[in-house]
Ligand binder design. Structure first.
Ligand SMILES: [Ca+2]
Ligand SMILES: [Ca+2]
Length: 244
């Protein structure tokens, strides 16, 4: 009996240990890398510098987990305080195969209480209250940036939409466009990366940033092709920007 208890106790410890090692949110995605950048430099060395922009890694993603589409491995952000613009760089492994119709979206969850006083929410689960930058191109585009976009009713294509359950109950869509054709898209097929640029004010307004002039933004993102998503890149990573 004593031996049995010992074995049982050991199994219990092993079991607890196993659960502790599992993915935090059970979505088979790795726990996001810690935020490394302050947004405007601050002496923190950039993880990547492209076209004069300093990029900081927000998170990583496994290779080979995409469902027959773009397969992302890393996501970075850059905040340019001079132009007050945000840029996101997503590294992939197979851009050449899908460069004629890339799809990419970024779901921003703003700090509690600043997004129309709505609570924190998750883009993929539960009550929704967040902003989404969607870049869904039509077929036939050519890298680096010759793409066309077709707007869908109630949906900001190549733009930024606000998502919440209230819109869904009144219009049938939970997406409400904030701006269309307001996200720039540049693909570098040779280097296997995609850069999306957007006005910081469209993502988070001065009012939403608040008096501290600093905002920690939680980000989930997808990549794919032909308006489909094949790879969840980061789910719940965050980065902080400091507005001058
Ligand atoms: Ca991946
Ligand atoms: Ca993934």
């Amino acid at each position: 009996m004593k031996l049995f208890n010992k074995i049982f106790f050991s199994a219990l410890i092993l079991g607890v240990s196993f659960i502790g090692c599992s993915d935090d949110d059970d979505d088979d995605n790795p726990t996001p890398a810690a935020n490394t950048g302050g947004g405007t430099g601050g002496g923190v060395q950039a993880d990547l510098t492209v076209n004069g922009m300093d990029f900081f890694e927000i998170g990583t993603d496994p290779t080979g987990d995409a469902n027959n589409g773009l397969d992302a491995t890393n996501i970075y952000y850059s905040y340019d305080s001079t132009s007050d613009s945000l840029h996101f760089l997503v590294k992939v492994v197979n851009l050449a195969n899908f460069s004629s119709s890339p799809s990419i979206d970024f779901n921003f969850i703003l700090p509690n209480g600043t997004d129309g006083n709505k609570p924190l929410a998750n883009p993929f689960r539960g009550s929704q209250s967040h902003k989404t930058a969607s870049v869904y191109t039509d077929n036939g585009g050519t890298a680096p940036s010759t793409y066309t976009y077709t707007n869908v009713a109630g949906y900001a294509v190549n733009g930024i939409a606000y998502t919440d359950d209230v819109s869904k109950s009144t219009t049938g869509s939970d997406l409400s466009g904030i701006c269309s054709n307001c996200v720039s898209l540049v693909l570098d097929v040779t280097n296997n990366w995609i850069i999306c640029g957007m006005d910081r004010n469209q993502v988070i307004t001065d009012t939403e940033v608040g008096a501290t002039k600093s905002a920690k933004i939680t980000l989930s993102s997808n990549v794919g092709y032909q308006r489909g998503n094949n790879d969840l890149t980061t789910d719940g990573a965050d980065f902080t920007i400091a507005i001058p």
